[in-house]
Design a protein around this ligand. Structure first.
Ligand code: GAP
Length: 444
């Protein structure tokens, strides 16, 4: 994991938030490469979950909502983790994550065993809406995006004119005041979720939960996380939320252990019923054909953007021994991202930076590709080093403009470039006129 963390800093994927002031535990910033990776993930999720489907619409809800939402959903009362204090060093910990020796829990900070009894710690961040810090003005930063989709169910149903089954999708920030943020970005206090609330008839709920499990596994495969690396945890009776009839957790083999990427929960009609009860507003669905009115049930595939981004980084990270042009052995660090996730799709280089004709041509190719894909122009250093830099950020293709390209070695190879493949390191010559179509077919 240290190697991945170090590469992420060195190559501009992830930085500690507020780093020059010592950072802030549980908060992270994504740098130039990280933001592209995350954007590719979110855009592809949106494409698959919304644009490519007839039964799904999107929304973008506010982060701060009426406090009544969180009373109705049960978050105000029960969204908590058990917390203990160490009486020796005064540190605070999640009671269910304490290390144990001879079955006795101890403080991971000082090793002390003098701990308080566990008590519930609500994870919602508090603030106030308006200038008065009164109880009436108390608001929470949302701990999940889901509730906006339940609260806006009626508006969306009426404006989109969808029929059951249909879903609402949302991507956005969520906040949880985790007692112990840990494992890099895995458990953060500020993170993003990609959630679907898929509304259906009660009799279809269980089958649709299995349908979504399969859809989501396909999605992970299509972004480069193979099924073999995902463990499906079918949460047994008694361990699920009391209103859930079925829940699958999808868990990925992170270097620090197998941990949750996404939950797929059949939540029955719990959420809409609760909001109907608390708001006094009708949230039923009317089936025109059957002349029936009922509260829809819901299946919720809920994924974390940051956790999936971390899984993409872990899955892509590789080191291999290669021999350079001088016959020296060296370790090549390469991020083998699926091309559709790669932050930069194509690197473009002139063979030499002191030959104006090469530079001009390479720049023109980069400018022509830029409107279509993330392209990186680089003329600094030996060509081998430039390839290595692109390998380290996972760029699937590099184009080099050489003397053949500018016609110095005859007309045959004029206006052709070398196209280098990141994984095989093989190069082939292709006409500049075919470049864009070739790359587009491979990277989207
Ligand atoms: N609406 C359901 C819901 O929020 P959850 O299992 O609490 O369910 C869904 O969260 C997903 O959000 C998780 O599978 C995970 O990917 C992500 N997530 C939750 N807490 C997180 C945290 N503290 N840091 C990063 N991601 C988190």
């Amino acid at each position: 994991m240290e190697k991945i963390v170090s590469l992420c800093k060195r190559r501009g994927f992830v930085f500690q938030s507020s780093e020059i002031y010592g950072g802030l535990n549980g908060f992270w910033d994504y740098g130039p490469m990280g933001v592209e990776l995350k954007r590719n993930l979110k855009d592809y999720w949106w494409r698959r979950m919304v644009h490519e489907r007839d039964d799904m619409v999107g929304m973008d809800g506010s982060i701060i909502m009426n406090r009544a939402v969180w009373r109705a959903s049960g978050h105000e009362e029960t969204f908590s983790d058990p917390m203990v204090d160490c009486k020796t060093c005064k540190s605070r910990h999640r009671a269910d994550q304490l290390p144990r020796k001879d079955d006795v829990p101890y403080c991971p900070n000082c090793g002390g065993r003098d701990l308080t009894e566990p008590r519930a710690f609500n994870l919602m961040f508090k603030s106030h809406a308006g200038p008065l810090e009164t109880d009436e003005n108390l608001v929470y930063l949302r701990p999940e995006t889901a509730q906006a989709m339940f609260v806006q169910f009626k508006n969306i149903l009426e404006t989109s004119r969808k029929k059951l089954p249909f879903g609402i999708a949302q991507i956005g920030k969520a906040f949880r005041n985790e007692i112990n943020p840990r494992n890099y970005t895995f458990r953060s206090r500020e993170f993003e979720q990609m959630e679907v609330e898929y509304f259906c008839r009660a009799e279809d709920g269980l089958a649709l939960t299995d349908y979504w499990l399969e859809e989501r596994l396909k999605f992970y495969e299509d972004i480069g996380i193979p099924r073999a690396k995902i463990r499906i945890n079918d949460i047994p009776d008694g361990e699920r939320a009391f209103y859930s009839k079925k829940t699958y957790d999808l868990e990925y083999e992170f270097p620090f252990g197998v941990s949750e990427l996404e939950g797929i929960a059949y939540r029955t009609d719990y959420d809409l019923s609760k909001h109907m009860q608390h708001s006094g507003k009708p949230l039923e669905y009317f089936d025109e054909e059957k002349k029936e009115k009922f509260v829809p049930h819901v299946v919720e595939p809920s994924a974390g953007v940051d956790r999936t981004t971390l899984a993409l980084l872990c899955e892509a990270f590789d080191e291999e021994e290669v021999t350079d042009e001088k016959g020296q052995k060296e370790v090549r660090t390469v991020l083998r991202f699926h091309p559709r996730m790669a932050p930069v799709k194509c690197g473009v280089f002139p063979l030499l930076k002191n030959k104006p004709a090469l530079v001009e041509k390479a720049r023109a190719i980069a400018v022509a590709l830029r409107p279509h894909m993330m392209t990186f122009y680089d003329e600094a250093g030996a060509i081998g080093r430039r390839y290595r830099r692109q390998d380290e950020i996972g760029t699937p293709f590099c184009v080099t403009v050489d003397f053949d390209t500018i016609g110095e070695n005859g007309p045959e190879k004029h206006d052709t470039v070398t196209l280098r493949n990141r994984d095989s390191m093989q190069q082939e010559r292709i006409p500049v006129s075919e470049l864009r179509a070739r790359l587009e077919a491979a990277v989207f």
